[in-house]
Design a binder for this molecule. Sequence first.
Ligand SMILES: [Ca+2]
Ligand SMILES: [Ca+2]
Length: 699
Amino acid sequence: MRALMLLFVAALLACDNSRSGYIIPPPNGGTHYDPGSAPSGSYGSGSGSPGAPRDGGALSDGGSADGGGPVDAGPPPPVQCAESDRRCDHLFSYRSNGAEQSVEVLGSFNGWTSNLPLTLTAGVWTATVPIPWNTQVIYKFHVRLTAGGEQWIPDPTNPTTVDDGYGGLNSVLAPTTCAYWTCVHSGPACDAPPPAGVYDWRDAVLYFVFVDRFLDADPTNDDPLSVPGLDIAANWRGGDWAGVRQKIREGYFQSLGVNTLWITVPMMNSDSSGIGDDGRLYSAYHGYWPTELGVTEPRFGTAVELQALVDEAHAAGLRVLVDYAMNHVHKDSTVYQQHQSDGWFNPLHVGSIDCICGTSDAQTDCTWDGPNATRCWFRDYLPDFNFDNADARRYSVDNALSWLTDYGVDGLRLDAVKHIELSWLTDLRARLRADVEPTRAQHIYLVGETFSGDPNAIKRFVDPCTMLDGQFDFPMRYNVVRSILLRQGPISDLAQFMDGNTSTYGTYAVMSTFVGNHDVPRSIHFAQDTPIWTDPWANGKDRAWSNQPGTVAESSAYDRLSVAMAVLFTNRGIPLLYYGDEIGLAGAGDPDNRRLMPWSGYTAGQQLLLDRVKKLGAIRAAQPALRRGVRRTLQSDNDVWAYEMADGTDKVYVVLNRADTAGSAAGLPSGTLRDLITAESLSGPTVSVPARSFRILKP
Ligand SMILES: [Ca+2]
Ligand SMILES: [Ca+2]
């Protein structure tokens, strides 16, 4: 119910253009590209546009082998919750007579607060809606006609009606129960910050270990494909969990202030290669083409090694999130072989076309953000789960839970969120609350990926009670890249954006902030004296396969990237470090943004950036005001932004200067201010800041 309310609020906000104090153009000019959701890179490829490669999914069944917990396809017990919180799926349907432009259902199941759209398939409009347990439901359809005009009419197939009070009729569903229900949350408990002694995810600093490209510590499990035409950049490169464990033991993550690891999808992936949407051959090195959902990927390691990774991380004070791609599986997968014809998967062919995300014709719209966004296939070899099918949904949610419970993982990074039916997400959260969290004394963190410049598209899935704790803040990344790395517009644009962004996702959302990830060009190239790309949304595919950029020479670029990192590390939200960004690793778009991590031979600029990131990590760990405080902008002009972070009486001051000349900030406290970066002692209320630098000050 809350989810539906949120949808409604999001829809209202979407219509509110008055909130535009800042600039967030959608990627690709209006059609959201979404590689993001796409996992990247992997699917194949990508090109700029909508649709980039997607990697994705997972699958399994069966068994086996190494463990990840084979999934039993039998129905699990329903989650436990009060009857007042239970919901049963009900399929609303309306037979088309060819005259409708759209059909929606509205009713008492959500307090008549919003209309839910039905989808047209094979002449019937349908929508699966969770309705209250054992409670009469009153509803009607809202039909918009292609010829113009609209109708509010009762269900033609339901003989039970009641006067609607306006001279018409509503349809009536008798109270019903179901064998498998979902739970909604009612009550404020999960809105509150965690009580003392329970981990507060606002304190997390996240590092994306792209396992295949991070560190190959066990050559015996290397197994690249031998496929003519498959470039090494898109093949398996040997990185493994043994490499991650080695870096945990060496204290590498801890030295960066990182306390949470995000690792690549751990499930066994396809041994096939596939053509991406850039026409290039790819392997499944990214992990987004799962075949056996319950089995670990042997190139990464065994189940025993994954368990050791989690245990050693925990012993070192690190939490672990695994990447989970639920939208689809690879066609080689057992679950697809077993269920391709029984409704577990959306059919590829729709209307007159193969419904590959990003394609459409006059009859069928399979664009990334179109009416079939949850049922299109990312590629023709990545079958798309139909989570309106309760058995398929239970199977997939069970599998996600098995990775959490079998290995003691602390949370999930969820891929391609806007391409799945919402019921998958609400079921997962309900099961976590009912079945997992009581045995953990810890909130399971769920962070989603919705690659969009539209805050409302991202917010739609954020609610720590019923859906995601947060998502990656793509609009913020846009603004940080634009204002600090690219130096476009005054830095006051960024200040204005940030001040407006504070409450966008709700008081208790825990978003993840970032400048780089595996779907965008490496950050350092936006920071060059002459940037390679001048559009923050550029996907860098133009230089992904040839003319790839080399290591950036000028130290000024590393300075600028450190200033961008300072924004992440001195504000709320979980800062995400994409492996290699701590040294300004070079690379164009996917797959060139996934080069092997170098462990030596850094330039002076790279070492400078690494040292600053380490300091930022240490300072964030020591200063709760940076993680939980309230920001107040003290000054923002063309090049300097100064703000206070206040957690009660504990205050920290941050001054950023993006200019190539020294600047100054006023409005700071009078008296002595200690610079936590340089250990200098300064005197307020006005302080100078060197070119392309920042200060973190404590009275
Ligand atoms: Ca290896
Ligand atoms: Ca889907």
